[in-house]
Design a protein around this ligand. Structure first.
Ligand SMILES: C[S@@+](CC[C@H](N)C(=O)[O-])C[C@H]1O[C@@H](n2cnc3c(N)ncnc32)[C@H](O)[C@@H]1O
Length: 207
């Protein structure tokens, strides 16, 4: 029986290995640098998966959420002594019970969510930050002039909502006054292209 890419990548070790093979871990490193986390910060990571990049963060109060129980079980085995993991959706109830966050990571998440889900999540992220806090997102992307390999990888991503840079930026601008973005990859070292955004100054919805 043939295994689907989804089933194969559901194994945390296979997923992590593939990330390193296509250079995607380098984009994660760049995103963590852009978050500028400091020791003791409260860091929220939604769609954390196995959180294989946790060692790139300083000693901080880390909360990882993912709806995939296999990834969370793997993350707990590896990092459970110094981080908290939740195999559930992050909701308004978590926002009111957990501390506010200096930094939020959404790495590899928005392209798994439709526009309505992205809007709900980005609004909730804005409410979850301390004043001056920031959100960093990273996603597979489709754009004109992309290499064939990169386009193939983007079209075959598990996420069903791979967007253009403009579409990602438009979603973010509804919720954050400051949106800085960057394209990563589409090179031999990182054949899979990624698009990152640093979001700050949340726009509060009218009560
Ligand atoms: C591409 S993986 C990224 C994992 C990790 N952040 C990384 O950068 O390697 C996307 C993850 O998002 C998770 N996911 C999808 N929708 C989610 C949601 N609404 N809430 C939390 N996790 C979600 C998936 O289970 C998957 O582990």
């Amino acid at each position: 029986m043939a295994l689907s890419p989804k089933a194969v990548l559901g194994d945390a070790n296979v997923y992590t290995l593939l990330q390193h093979l296509v250079g995607a871990h380098l984009a994660r490193k760049a995103c963590i640098e852009a978050l500028e986390p400091r020791p003791g910060d409260h860091i929220l990571d939604i769609g954390c998966g196995p959180a294989y990049y946790l060692d790139d963060l300083p000693a901080c109060d880390y909360y990882g959420f993912d709806t995939d129980t296999r990834y969370i079980a793997h993350a707990r085995r590896r990092f459970g002594h110094r981080a908290r993991f939740f195999d559930e959706l992050y909701t308004e109830e978590h926002r009111v019970t957990l501390p506010p966050f200096e930094g939020v990571l959404l790495m590899g998440l928005l392209h798994h969510l439709d526009d309505a889900q992205c809007n709900d999540l980005l609004a909730l992220m804005g409410r979850s930050l301390v004043p001056g806090g920031r959100v960093v997102s990273l996603d597979t992307v489709l754009f004109d002039g992309q290499s064939r390999v990169s386009r193939f990888l983007a079209r075959n991503d598990r996420g069903e909502f791979v967007r253009s840079p403009e579409a990602f930026r438009a979603l973010a601008r509804r919720h954050f006054a400051r949106v800085e973005s960057r394209l990563h990859g589409d090179t031999w070292r990182m054949p899979s292209a990624h698009f990152s955004m640093v979001l700050s100054e949340p726009i509060q919805a009218a009560p």
